[in-house]
Design a protein around this ligand. Sequence first.
Ligand code: S3P
Length: 438
Amino acid sequence: MSGSNVRFIVEAGGRLSGRIRVPGDKSISHRSIMLGSLAEGVTHVSGFLEGEDALATLNAFRAMGVQIEGPDQGRVTIHGVGMHGLKAPTAPLDLGNSGTSMRLLAGLLAGQGFDVVMVGDSSLSKRPMRRVTAPLAEMGAQIETTDNGTPPLKIKGGQSLKGMFYKMPMASAQVKSCLLLAGLYAEGRTSVVEPAPTRDHSERMLQGFGYQVDVDGATASVEGGGKLTATDIEVPADISSAAFFMVGASIADGSDITLEHVGINPTRTGVIDILRLMGADITLSNEREVGGEPVADIRVRSAKLKGINIPEALVPLAIDEFPVLFVAAACAEGQTVLTGAEELRVKESDRIQVMADGLIALGVDATPTPDGIVINGSPLQGGRVNGHGDHRISMAFAMAALRAAGAIEIDDCANVATSFPGFESLAANAGLGIQRKG
Ligand code: S3P
C-alpha cells in the first residue's frame, strides 16, 4: 500500500462542471462497522466508503468473528455479536494507513477479555498513540506501544476499566471517540471534555444505536454497561472528499459543479466557512437529515479568492481540508495565514511541511511555521511534487493543476485509495486532465 510507484500526471488548466457524488464519509463508515458489530441484531449500511481505511476496520471485525456481508456498491450487512461477542483474532490486526481505526479500536478493545496486537503501515507506524494509551491506562487498560509511543499497540485483555473524567489536551475526535468506546465497557461514568468542538459522529451514532450519550457543552459522557441495538445507517458523501472539488471549482475559471448528498454536520463544515471568507461562491440546497446526520447538495462556481487570516476556531472543523485549502490560498490574491494547526504535523504526513515543499516547488511563496503556514498568492508553475503516500496531499496537488501554467506530476499517490477510490475517473469526468501511471 505504500505504492510510491503510482503517479498522477495532471494537465494544466480546465474547469470543473456537472453533478457528482463523491464516496461515503470515512469517519461515519468506520463507526458504522464498529457499532454495528457490537450491536444486538442486524445492521444494514448503505453509502459505505469502499476505501482501504474503512475496509481495514471491516476486516478487523471479521477477524474478530463478526459476520459481515459486502461491501457491494456501498451496501454492508453486519450481523452484530453484542457487546461481549467479539472473539480473539488469530493474528495481529493490520490497520494499514488508518489512524482512525487504530485509535478508536484501542478504546473498544481495551475492555475485551482477550489480547490483541494492532499494526499499521509505515506512515501509521510513526503516528503518536500516547494520546490514547495514556488516558486508557488511567482507566485501567494495559497497552504497550514502542518506546516512542508509536504502533504496534499490544493490548492485554481481561482488565476491568473504571470510568473517568478526562480533559483532552488537544482537539481530537479520535481521542474523544476512543475514550467513549472504552467507557461503554467501564464501570461508572466516562466524561470527555474537548478544548474545541470536534466531529461528533460517535456521539450521534451511539444514540442512533440506542445508547445514551449526555452532551453538556464541551463534555460528552457515557455510563458503562449498556447495550447497542442494531439500526440502519445511510452514510452521506464525505465533505472531506467533496472539498477537493469545492476548491478546484473555486480556482478554475468557468467552473460550476454540484456535489450531491454531502454530509454537512456542523462539526465538519469549516471548509465551507473558510472558503466563503475567502470569497468563494458556494450555495447549499436540498438540505435534509439522513439517519441523524444533516446532508445537502453543494453548488460551487468559480470566484476570485482573497487571502485571509484563518480563524483558529475553524481549525478543528476543517482539520482534514487544509492541504487543499493551501492550494486555494496559493490561488488567492494576497496573504493567507494559518495558526493553531500543529495537529497537521502528525497526520498521515507532516501536512504543513510537505504542502510547503510542494507549493514552493510550484513557484508559490509559502513559509511553514510551527503551528501553521503563511502563503502569499502567486502564479503557479507546473512541476513535479511528492504526495508522500498521503491521500490528501496527492489530491490537493492534482487540483492545483487547474490553475498552473504547466502540467503537475505527483509521485507516491497510491494511498488516494484509502479515502477516495475512483478519484481519478470522477475528477476526469468533471473536467480535470488527470492520468494515472503505474
Ligand atoms: C477523525 C478525526 C480526525 C481526522 C481523521 C478522522 C475521526 O483526527 O483528522 O481523518 O474519524 O474521528 P484527529 O482526531 O486526530 O483530529
